[in-house]
Write a protein that binds this ligand. Structure first.
Ligand code: AMP
Length: 371
């Protein structure tokens, strides 16, 4: 069976690597000649809205999926006319715009920060009163890894922040003084069969995910709440594939921040740390195969490699460490790989983690006790 992927980054690369054992073949569409999935799959080089290239992909593929959510809606719709496309274009539309996302959370009774749309300085002033300060001003579209957002702490911040971000559709949302950030990963098959991975705890630095830990031992109630919210979204969107939802944990509640209608960085630990990895389950879902168990195998910590890869020998000398290089050129701030440490239990993670944290540029203890 032939799988086409729009986007040829590391997520497409890991999808292909997970899919070959299932007997699947891959082509990826990406504007970059050196897109890293091109090292493991056939690369169609072209823009995401290039009709000829999209046709090539649609003609070859039995099913098309995405490795990022900012695919132009026109491209997704054009593909849907010709070939099975999962997740559905509606999920992309929602995932592309923070206003649609938050509106859907509200409709489904999923707690989310109070928010207001902002298209002018006057509206920002009004929104700051309605939402209250501190608040976070974000671009509605194309924000990622903390880009395109600023925290407003006092009324004096309003004008300078507007000068920085204004000119595109914005959303102002209440600042959540959260205790933790967690994510829920869920897979839904073509028949509606749905499975949930254990809750994941995420730690960021400078808006970029640096570490994920799973299973998060924060209590079954929180986990079931997350699964319940995920099910509402999956069913409403008639979703097929892997969906990630990021939440803040505040005073024992989950407050939804955003969704990613695709495989997700906070799910990379599942490659070694779960019975079936997120990449394999996304593929099983979209090609119509039975889903695989999402149960954790021991305890895992995933560390992102930002800017450059750590020394391979040093990482692999740590028992239980797994090294994933994405084949990308080093560049400051760029995600170039990840390392997953897996152990039989939380206790078993401690020693290895102390050795691995400095290798990926993190201070031992930077994120407090883990494991
Ligand atoms: P995002 O691009 O929405 O994922 O935001 C990036 C990071 O900014 C999040 O992981 C949080 O650490 C922080 N953040 C975003 N929105 C809020 C909020 N409403 N309140 C507090 N922190 C936030």
């Amino acid at each position: 069976m032939n799988v086409g992927i729009v986007g040829g980054g590391q997520l497409a690369r890991m999808l292909a690597l997970a899919g070959y054992p299932l007997g699947l073949r891959f082509q990826v569409l990406d504007p970059a000649a050196d897109a890293c999935a091109g090292q493991v799959a056939t690369l169609i080089q072209g823009d995401y809205d290039d009709e000829d290239r999209l046709s090539l992909l649609a003609d070859w593929a039995d099913v098309v999926t995405f490795d990022f959510e900012n695919v132009p809606a026109t491209a997704a719709r054009a593909l849907e006319q010709r070939v099975a496309v999962y997740p559905p274009a509606l999920a992309l539309t929602v995932g592309q715009d923070r206003l649609y996302e938050k509106t859907l959370f509200w409709e489904l009774g999923i707690p989310t920060p109070v928010f207001a749309t902002v298209d002018s300085l006057e509206e920002l002033r009004e929104a700051a009163i309605r939402v209250g300060l501190p608040a976070v001003l974000k671009t509605r579209r194309l924000g990622y890894d903390g880009k395109g957002q600023r925290v407003l702490r006092a009324p004096e911040d309003i004008e300078p922040t507007w000068r920085e971000l204004g000119g595109v559709p914005l959303i102002l949302e209440g600042f959540v003084p959260f205790e933790r950030e967690v994510s829920v990963l869920a897979a839904r098959g073509r028949t509606g069969e749905t499975l949930f991975y254990p809750l994941v705890e995420n730690r960021h630095r400078d808006g970029i995910l640096r570490l994920s830990r799973a299973p998060y031992r924060g209590g079954r109630i929180l986990e079931h709440l997350g699964w319940n919210y995920a099910r509402r979204l999956l069913d409403r969107l008639d979703y097929v594939g892997l969906l990630a939802i990021e939440f803040f944990v505040h005073e024992g509640r989950l407050i939804a921040n955003e969704i990613a209608p695709r495989v997700h960085n906070s799910g990379h630990w599942t490659i070694e740390g779960a019975e079936t990895g997120q990449f394999e389950n996304h593929l099983r879902a979209i090609v119509g195969l039975p889903l695989g168990s999402t149960a954790a195998v021991g305890s895992s910590v995933m560390l992102n490699c930002i800017g450059a890869m750590p020394e391979r020998e040093a990482v692999l000398a740590v028992p239980g460490a797994h090294y994933h290089a994405y084949g990308k050129a080093p560049r400051p701030g760029r995600k170039v790989g990840h390392v997953t440490l897996r152990a039989a239990d939380d206790e078993g993670l401690r020693d290895g983690l102390e050795r691995l944290l400095p290798l990926v540029g993190l201070e031992p203890g930077e994120f407090g006790p883990i494991g």
